[in-house]
Design a protein around this ligand. Structure first.
Ligand code: ATP
Length: 458
């Protein structure tokens, strides 16, 4: 195993050990492609989503929020093309029945099969005499629809057929008219949504990277056709700013311009933003597509409802759409990979997460120097309550000695530790009502007065 794969393993194990991410349905042996967020994971995840909303919705005048239902009328998915075409190529081990996604299988054998037809996949497998990882012959490639199906209603029958949405985007398109009618937005404007999506991935793998249930943060940005290029460039910069806000370094990010022959039929331009995941290399973190007027037109035709935009001068047209689409789980993983550090402090190897303060599960941890001295504990509790009122995400930690507490907080990325000692109580009168604040990244400690503490930690 190389250093980078080892790093990823350490991150996954830290996630489990410290309550970030657990296997889904853990006590029953798990359910493939599902993960549960623990107390610290949900905090980090919520911070990512909150920051995204702040940047893309609350921080702008041209964005409108939405939270559409996960279950939608099956006609939505017929019109969007998902029932017919949301497929991946599948091949099977003809002996064990194990399934593989054909394009991923070929990629692992050094062949870029993006845009390959089923016949092309079959030809390569025959020509190169590829076998399954178990050494058995492979089946012919066929398509596999990735939508998760379910049923609703008390009566069996086709009207009960539903799909768990494979993307949040369609919830935005079918609400386009509602938002226009109620909010009277001026073009260009966007509708943003954060929510769950489900895909029956053939081979879920690589931690949170490819799962069957995940969250997306998506924007459909409506523009005049003549203006798409300029707006595309602006949003592209906004996407860059977002990834910088997550603390991801430029050298671990790159844009991949999807070649024309590999674009979805409705897209005129797509850029994937890729992150350099340890042990995996560059792979998709977020997508950014110009989807033309394809979706609104398809829904207009299928529903019979006009989805035209009417300008103040009475002219009407179907707007074109730019779609930045972010996976929360992939952002979560990238943030952890970027933050994971090992160094040496006081002669010991330490592991710490160099998380930006706005993403860290806890902003600060508060401790009494000794937990068996009631006067220290009382004062520390006062400080804890004060900070908790201010920041909310404040940890109380009075286990074992101060050094171990620091290590524990470093490992989960808490930027500051505040310790209340006898000087806080006035043993040294000059230090009355001051506390020790210790910084995660440098290990440096300084004395800060209680009056200035909130401002210091901001
Ligand atoms: P991939 O090529 O990796 O399968 P995609 O191009 O199908 O991804 P999109 O349909 O563009 O993905 O979805 C937008 C975003 O949703 C992706 O950039 C990714 O962050 C996230 N995403 C998609 N599929 C999954 C999945 N199975 N697990 C986790 N995140 C996903």
């Amino acid at each position: 195993m190389n250093d980078q794969s080892e790093k990823m393993e350490k991150i996954v194990s830290l996630c489990k050990r410290r309550g970030f991410v657990f296997q889904g349905s853990d006590i029953y042996g798990g359910l493939k492609g599902t993960w549960d967020l623990g107390p610290l994971g949900v905090a980090l995840n919520n911070n990512i989503k909150r920051e995204w909303w702040k940047m893309f919705v609350d921080g702008r005048e041209d964005m409108y929020g939405l939270d559409a239902a996960i279950l939608m009328n099956a006609k939505v998915w017929e019109a969007s093309g998902h029932v017919g075409g949301f497929v991946d190529p599948l091949i099977e081990d003809t002996v064990t029945g194990e399934r593989y996604r054909a394009d991923h299988f070929l990629k692992e054998h050094g062949i870029n099969a993006d845009g390959f037809s089923l016949e092309q996949i079959d030809t390569v497998i025959v020509e190169k005499e590829f076998k399954s990882p178990k050494g058995n012959p492979l089946s012919k490639a066929r398509t596999f629809n990735m939508m998760c199906e379910s049923r609703i209603g008390a009566v069996a029958g086709p009207e009960g057929q539903v799909y768990l949405r494979p993307e949040t985007a369609q919830g935005i398109f079918v609400n386009f008219k509602n938002v226009v009618d109620t909010m009277s937005p001026k073009l260009p404007f966007g509708i943003a949504q954060i929510g769950k999506a489900f895909r029956n991935e053939i081979a879920p793998r690589e931690f949170l990277f490819r799962v069957r249930e995940f969250e997306q943060m998506e924007i459909e940005y409506f523009v005049k056709e003549s203006e798409w290029k300029g707006e595309f460039e602006k949003l592209r910069q906004d996407i860059k700013a977002w990834h910088a806000h997550l603390g991801l370094s430029e050298e671990n990010l790159r844009e991949y311009e999807v070649p024309e022959n590999d674009l979805a039929h409705y897209s005129k331009r797509t850029i994937d933003v890729e992150y350099n995941y340890p042990g995996k290399g560059f792979d998709e973190l977020a997508g950014f597509a110009y989807r033309t007027d394809h979706d609104l037109k398809a829904h207009m035709e299928a529903s019979g409802v006009s989805l035209e935009y009417i300008e103040p001068d009475g002219s009407r047209f179907v707007p074109h759409v730019l779609e930045p689409s972010f996976g929360v789980g992939r952002a979560f993983t990238a943030v952890l990979c970027e933050a994971y550090q090992e160094d040496e402090m006081n002669g010991e190897v330490r592991t710490y997460l160099k998380l930006p303060a706005h993403l860290a599960p806890y902003r600060v941890a508060v401790s009494p120097l000794l937990k068996n001295k009631p006067e220290l504990v009382t004062k520390a509790r006062e400080v804890f309550v004060m900070l908790k009122k201010e920041f909310g995400n404040v940890a109380w930690d009075d286990n074992s000695n101060v050094g171990k507490r620091y290590r524990r907080q470093d490992e989960i990325g808490t930027p500051y530790c505040v310790t209340i000692d006898f000087d806080t109580l006035g043993e040294n009168p000059a230090l009355l009502d001051t506390v020790t604040v210790r910084q995660r990244d440098t290990g440096e400690q300084e004395r800060v007065s209680l009056q200035q503490l909130v401002e210091f930690l901001q």
